[in-house]
Design a protein around this ligand. Sequence first.
Ligand code: F6R
Length: 260
Amino acid sequence: MEVIIEPTADAASVLAARIVADLVRKKPAAVLGLATGNTPLPMYRELIRLHAEEGLDFSGVTTFNLDEYLGLEPAHPASYHHFMWENLFRHINVRPEQVHLPDGLTQDVPSCCAAYEASIRGAGGIDLQVLGIGGDGHIGFNEPVSSLSSRTRIKTLTERTRSDNAFAFSTPDAVPHHVITMGIGTIMESREVLLLGFGGRKADALEATVEGPVSQMVPASVLQFHQRVRVILDEAASVKLKRADYYKHVYANKPGWQRI
Ligand code: F6R
């Protein structure tokens, strides 16, 4: 794992966007795994800027989102379909037919999940997966005690996650209990992972993820087994890391050829 600590979430997001942009420039047909939530929003804003001002071209890119609420239609303001179109897709030139999210209205969850896995495989697999992290260490909606080799499937949200996400709904009770999420095994097959974590509320989960034992209780900790993970944090999210000074030293002294 490479841990990069930037002074602010904005600086961290600009760096994350540069990493995504670098991949898209080198591989115009890149397959991106994308996340929703508050964390990637400043990175999406920077990608939109790079598209508008520097011509970053998404026309060959394919995307797969991590998750979607079950029971919400795409037009629902709290659906992840809606989130992605509002916050990224409609501002860039990605082709609608190359954008994928799980179908929150499916009447056949197992087939829908199997088809999602098949379409990731059919696209050649995910080149770069962007992740946020829950305060309990979840990635995607793989809550604690999710199988570390799970595939895309239905999950039941914890009450903590429902309450964290309630701001997007008219009432806390309106937050669905069920979601479809890529599994941890699915995420682990992506060729590269960018895990973003901002703010003090994520500090405990990030300490457990980076420096704790690998455990189903902290799903993100399985990323310790992935060969190519960059964890990009702001200062506030890094305060519990025991080796923060070392991570900063490593990053400051990287050989030029390793930098993006
Ligand atoms: C979103 C997702 C979740 C979020 C996590 C953090 O697609 O899969 O794992 O990344 O819940 O959410 P925020 O960024 O809102 O703190």
